[in-house]
Each structure stands twice: as structure tokens, then as C-alpha cells.
Design a protein around this ligand. Structure first.
Ligand SMILES: Nc1ncnc2c1ncn2[C@@H]1O[C@H](COP(=O)(O)OP(=O)(O)OP(=O)(O)O)[C@@H](O)[C@H]1O
Ligand SMILES: [Mg+2]
Length: 403
């Protein structure tokens, strides 16, 4: 800020002795400030209401209302409490100075004063005020950007939830295709058989051995239909449970292995295209947690292993081992794939870090895993990996979460 710009700074000078007031105005004009003189505290109040000053130079001993009173009043009101006030007074005893600071002043100049001293103190307090403003602005910017970030993160979580639901829907549709196809073939076979038997019967050509082979065919076909329908019902139930958990975020009790198996089952279509095996071993127990979040975490880890750890044709092994330890349960999810470099490992949980940028990877999978484990599931997660050996995600979760 140059001295020319100072004419935009309003300084209110308050003194009941006219010669003092004129002297102050002359001094402040040296630095080109815009000075508003007031000959009493009451007049100062009127001027402040009209035009908010950036700084006030305030005499103490004045008739009607003294400087301490005006200062206290200004400091007690939200609209004026931020204005820096410097007392200029003939009272130079320690008690008055302390009283001045107690009333809320930022500085105290004793009369007779020197022009240089007044200017130096005014400059200092204006600079401090500017600094304070810019810090407040920066603070506000940081706060807004933090708010924006957390809003983005919750949008991210919501869209990942929908994506994982989408994957499950695609999976179930794909899986239902096989048993439903079998049922269609079996019923049309039954239909044909029935027509044949009916015709033979009408033409009195139906022998007892024809009848026996018909009954056997019906029994076999019904068996196929029943097995397929049972498998379909089981898949729909599985899907319903995982889908409800993913979308509702409800805390509930569930059997860990049972639930992990359901989640792994929902990934069968992706696994079937590979030669990999997946196994769940270790301590089984009932936990109180958020199954939807756990399902998303395990889905992402297993999908990452399928996508990143192996080459086509590899026979990989993905292992989920659970270990119960006091009030926690540890889930070690490992693969025996190609592993990651130290460089990748360091950034693995960072948002947007991916080695498959040109292949549709967003780099958000592990970031979301981390957020779900540490936020929703209130646990911890770490990752270890060695090139040529494999990767392991270690998750520690409280066994009992409470709402
Ligand atoms: N099991 C694993 N084996 C080897 N590398 C892995 C494994 N899991 C993750 N990575 C590495 O970590 C990176 C980040 O994973 P993340 O899930 O965040 O992103 P992505 O899988 O590339 O993309 P997206 O999940 O959005 O499809 C991957 O690009 C990959 O390099
Ligand atoms: Mg991923």
C-alpha cells in the first residue's frame, strides 16, 4: 500500500482541546490519511455511526463522556469492536495506562507527543489490522475448501455405493441366466414329452414301458427345474441382502464368514472368467458393524486383485483370513500376484493414484476403501506388498460398534 492510497483510510481523531485536535490532524495529513476530527466523545459517536473509521485516536479526559467510556462502549458492540483504538492522553501514570488497555485499547500515547511517534504507532496498528484481515480471509478460504473437499468425498462415497450396487445387479443378472435357461429348456422338453404321451394314449399306443420311461423323464426334469429354481432363489436372496446393506448403511449383527461368502459369491461372474481361487479361512464370529461398508471394502480389494495382481491365464489365489483378537477382528486379504513397487505402495491409498489410467482406472478404489474402513467401520487399514510375491491388505475392525 502506498502513501497515496492512505487517503482511503479513515482515522477518527477525538480531543476536546481544539489546538490538540488541529495538531493531530496536521500530523496525520503527513501520511495522507483521511482524518475526521471530533471535539467530544458524543460527536465521535455520531461520526462513527455515519462512517466507520479504520482507527481511532482518542483523548481520555473530556466533558460529558470520557475516552474510557467511549472505548468500552465501542468494544462492547459487534459492529465497532474490531476498530483499533489508541489513547492519546496527558494522564501518564501506570494506572491510567493499564485502565486504557483494560478498556480494550491497542496502544497508549502520552502527551506531549511527537509527530513521528504518533505516525509510527498509527502505521503499526493499521498494518496489524490489515494482517489480521488477510489472515481471516485465508482462514475462510481454507474452511471453504475443506468443506468443499468433504462434500466431494461424500459424493464420491455415494457414487461408489451406486457403482457397487450396479456391479451386483449386473452380476446377479448374469448368474440368473444359467439356471433360468436350464428351466426354460427343461419345461419345453417336458412339454414335448407330454404331447407325445398324450398322442400315444389317444391312439391307444401307450405301452406300460412307455409310461414308466415318461414318469422317469418327468422326475429327472423336475429335479433339474427344482435345483435351478432353488439356486435362483438363493442368488436373489444373497443379492437382496448385499444390496440392502450397501444402500442402507445400517449397523447390525452378522456372522462374519457367512457374510464374506455372500460378498464373494456376488463376484462369481468376474471370478469365473479367470482361473483364480478365493478362500475365506480363520476365526468365524458374530460382529456388530456396517455390513454394507464391509461388502464395498472386500469387493474393491478382491476386484483390485483380479484386475491388477495377475496376468491372463495365471492361476491366482486370493485369501481372506480372519483373526479374532480381544475387541478387534483382523481381516488379512492377500493375493499371490505380482505385487507393487515401493513407489506404488507409498501412494496406494491416495485419491486418483492408478497404474491403469488409460484402461479405465480412476484410482479411487483404495482411497474409498481407506475412508470406509477408518470412517464408517472405525478401524485401521494398511497395505504391504512385494514384487513377485503378492499384496496384502490388513484391516483391523472393532467387533462391536454402537450407534
Ligand atoms: N492387489 C493388487 N496388486 C497389485 N497392485 C495393486 C493391487 N491393488 C491395488 N494395486 C495398485 O494400486 C493402484 C490403486 O488402486 P485403486 O483401486 O485405487 O485404483 P484402480 O484400481 O487403478 O482404479 P479403480 O479402482 O478406480 O478402477 C492400482 O492402480 C494398482 O497399481
Ligand atoms: Mg481399484
Amino acid at each position: 500500500m502506498t502513501i497515496e492510497d492512505n487517503n482511503q483510510i479513515n482515522i477518527l481523531a477525538v480531543d476536546d482541546v481544539e489546538s490538540n485536535l488541529l495538531f493531530l490532524v496536521d500530523i496525520l495529513k503527513i501520511d495522507n490519511y483521511h482524518v475526521i476530527p471530533a471535539s467530544s466523545a458524543l460527536r465521535a459517536q455520531e461520526l462513527i455511526a455515519e462512517n466507520m473509521p479504520d482507527l481511532i485516536l482518542l483523548d481520555i479526559q473530556m466533558p460529558d463522556m470520557d475516552g474510557f467510556q467511549l472505548c468500552q462502549q465501542l468494544k462492547s458492540e459487534a459492529s465497532t469492536e474490531e476498530i483499533p483504538i489508541i489513547f492519546i492522553s496527558g494522564l501518564n501514570n501506570c494506572e491510567s495506562i493499564v485502565h486504557g488497555f483494560d478498556a480494550g485499547a491497542v496502544d497508549f500515547i502520552t502527551k506531549p507527543f511527537k509527530a513521528k511517534e504518533v505516525l509510527a504507532r498509527v502505521r503499526t496498528h493499521l498494518a496489524l489490522r490489515r494482517l489480521k484481515h488477510s489472515l481471516e480471509e485465508k482462514n475462510e478460504q481454507v474452511r471453504t475448501s475443506l468443506e468443499h473437499k468433504s462434500e466431494l468425498q461424500s459424493q464420491l462415497l455415494a457414487s461408489e455405493k451406486m457403482a457397487s450396487l450396479g456391479r451386483a445387479v449386473a452380476g446377479i443378472a448374469h448368474e440368473l441366466n444359467t439356471p433360468m435357461g436350464l428351466c426354460v429348456t427343461a419345461t419345453s422338453y417336458l412339454n414335448e414329452k407330454n404331447k407325445q404321451v398324450k398322442e400315444d394314449f389317444n391312439h391307444k399306443k401307450l405301452s406300460s414301458s412307455d409310461m414308466v420311461s415318461y414318469i422317469e423323464a418327468v422326475e429327472e426334469t423336475l429335479e433339474i427345474i427344482m435345483t435351478s429354481m432353488n439356486r435362483s432363489t438363493e442368488m436373489v436372496n444373497n443379492f437382496k441382502m448385499v444390496a440392502v446393506d450397501v444402500s442402507s448403511e445400517k449397523l447390525r449383527s452378522f456372522v462374519l464368514h457367512d457374510y464374506l461368502s455372500r460378498v464373494v459369491n456376488s463376484l462369481t461372474p468376474a471370478l469365473r472368467k479367470t482361473n483364480h481361487t478365493i478362500e475365506i479361512i480363520g476365526d468365524d464370529l458374530v460382529i456388530d458393524s456396517y455390513p454394507g461398508a464391509l461388502s464395498q471394502v472386500v469387493t474393491n480389494i478382491v476386484m483390485n486383485a483380479i484386475i491388477h495382481a495377475f496376468d491372463e491365464g495365471d492361476k491366482g489365489h486370493i485369501l481372506i483370513r480372519t483373526v479374532h483378537d480381544g475387541s478387534n477382528v483382523h481381516l488379512n486379504c492377500s493375493d499371490d500376484g505380482k505385487g507393487m513397487s515401493n513407489e506404488s505402495l507409498k501412494q496406494v491409498f491416495e485419491a486418483y493414484y492408478t497404474t491403469r489410467e488409460n484402461d479405465g482406472g480412476s484410482g479411487l478404489g483404495t482411497h474409498i476403501i481407506h475412508q470406509l474402513v477408518t470412517d464408517t467401520l472405525q478401524g485401521q487399514i494398511s497395505c504391504s506388498s512385494e514384487l513377485g510375491i503378492g499384496t496384502m491388505f490388513t484391516i483391523t475392525l472393532p467387533i462391536h460398534l454402537y450407534e
